[in-house]
Design a protein around this ligand. Structure first.
Ligand SMILES: [Fe+2]
Length: 487
């Protein structure tokens, strides 16, 4: 069954988590009166979230979850009430696909219909679908294969590509995992770029950026790389940015010739060490390079410095299962997770020590109290699979005490599946985890979504849920800000 047929098939199913990948075509802006429980009076701010709003254009399906057009959702919490809004990011890709009713551009795992000749030398197009961030008075939707798109935070209208005063160009990229330094207010981010041709082939580089708190001025450095890396996220401490290049290889020939997507050329090499690069943000120079045993790292949790050591937590795997299902979301049986690990790097000696949080459930989409980003902390929040429901999409919330290894594991409810959950503190927090977990949860029984508000210190306690009268497709990353943007 081809992808288009699967899309139609899944739409016929009556109660299935796969329908959480179906499109939300309508754009809403309304107060939500249907609240289960009572929203906390001190929960004030806006939960922005990004993800593919559709997995098809006209009758053609995208070939990979990473390729659907970005749709921003915004839930505003104010005075015990909630307002929901969603808008597609008007990228050139979105507008052309919509106008032509077909997949008009290539993606990470999507080819233009019609064979290799129609894909020859065609670059990947930017769906702006991976994350969204409010920083420097700018709301931007990010995709790691291109530049961000700036949005109006009140209307979610697309204002255009954001180049940060020339730090980026239409040909350079920036990741979807920028992190905001709580002491300086600067956003640290990076991009992987093709920078020329050498006798060994295409030259690649890692560009590291410090976008100042005004959202305009940028300090950058460029680090040459020996090959095109798998680099999706990074670790930020008070003074360092740490990168772990996974034991993953890409073939660039097929994508250039139009015979393969970048996703199809991805392979794991179990004998290839991971390469670590620590960048000193004060001097914007490489402070230390090192190797780790082979593995794949997609997402980092929080990181910090203690003495000469840099400590970082990240999800680690040696399985490519996670890559396989991303290309066929309508047929996936179980969304794969990974094991949380802690790396200690001695910056003076270069010695490393890695230890897994063995007893903690596997999972993904780590979150933490972002007031502590880059600083010592003790709690990590992520999504996983409930012991009672180990198949399907993520369906549980995990809170892990990284000092003791103790954890809680909460099912988000019958026939319900959750995307990334974010943490925000109460108005006057008494401790690091004194706050709320905010999660977009899909109810497969009703084909509707809800935004659950749970007590972070005890997620079994659902405080409230904002019940939408439609679904919101499963998505990637979001951002919570205490600011409100209600007209
Ligand atoms: Fe990510």
């Amino acid at each position: 069954m081809n992808a288009d047929a699967k899309l139609m098939d899944v739409a016929q199913r009556s109660c299935d988590f796969h329908r959480g990948f179906l499109a939300l075509q309508e754009e809403h802006s309304n107060w939500v009166d249907n609240i289960r429980g009572k929203l906390p009076d001190d929960l004030t701010g806006t939960l922005f979230r990004n993800g593919p709003g559709a997995m098809h254009a006209g009758s053609e399906a995208y070939g990979h979850w990473f390729d659907g057009p970005g749709m921003i959702s915004a839930v505003s919490f104010n005075g015990g009430r909630a307002h929901f809004k969603n808008r597609y990011v008007r990228t050139p890709k979105f507008l052309t696909d919509k106008e032509e009713g077909r997949v008009s551009g290539r993606g990470f795992g999507t080819q233009i219909r019609g064979g290799w000749f129609r894909n020859l030398l065609k670059p990947m197009t930017n769906p702006a679908n991976t994350s969204v961030s409010w920083h420097g008075e700018k709301l931007c939707a990010f995709y790691e294969g291109g530049q961000p798109f700036r949005l109006d935070p009140f209307t979610l209208d697309t204002l255009g590509p954001e180049y940060y005063g020339g730090a980026l160009t239409p040909r350079t990229t920036i990741s979807a995992h920028g992190k905001i330094h709580p002491k300086t207010g600067h956003q640290i981010n990076f991009g992987v770029n093709l920078v020329g041709l050498g006798w060994r082939g295409i030259k690649c580089a890692l560009d590291v950026h410090e976008i100042q708190s005004n959202g305009a001025d940028v300090r950058s450095c460029r680090i040459p790389l020996s090959k095109f890396p798998f680099l999706h996220d990074f670790a930020l401490t008070e003074h360092y940015a740490l990168f772990l290049v996974s034991s993953v290889n890409f073939g660039l020939g097929g994508p250039l010739l139009g015979t393969a997507t970048l996703s199809e050329t991805l392979s794991y090499d179990p004998y290839q060490p991971m390469r670590g690069i620590a960048v000193d943000l004060r001097s914007m120079t490489v402070a230390r390079e090192f190797e780790l045993p082979p593995g794949i790292v997609v997402h980092f949790a929080n990181s910090f410095e203690t003495g000469d050591e840099l400590v970082t937590d990240f999800f680690h795997t040696t399985s490519t299962e996670g890559f396989a299902w991303l290309g066929d979301v309508f047929d996936v049986q179980t969304v794969a997770g990974a094991q949380l690990q802690r790396l200690r790097l001695n910056l003076k000696t270069g010695q490393t020590h890695t230890e897994a949080f063995d007893s903690a459930p596997i999972g993904e989409f780590p979150a933490w109290n972002t007031d502590q980003t880059g600083l010592a902390n003790g709690f990590c929040f992520y999504v996983g699979h409930s012991p009672d429901r180990e198949s399907g999409f993520f369906n549980s919330l995990v809170t892990l005490n990284t000092h003791t290894g103790a954890f809680t594991h909460t099912d988000v409810g019958p026939n319900r599946y959750t995307s990334e959950a974010l943490f925000t503190t109460r108005a006057h927090p008494r401790s690091e985890n004194d706050g709320y977990l905010l999660a977009f949860v899909y109810d497969a029984s009703t084909h509707r979504s809800e935004v659950q508000v749970r007590e972070a210190a005890n997620p079994d306690n659902e405080i409230a849920a904002v019940l939408l009268d439609h679904h919101v497709p499963f998505g990637f990353h979001g951002h919570f800000t205490r600011e409100l943007f209600l007209s």
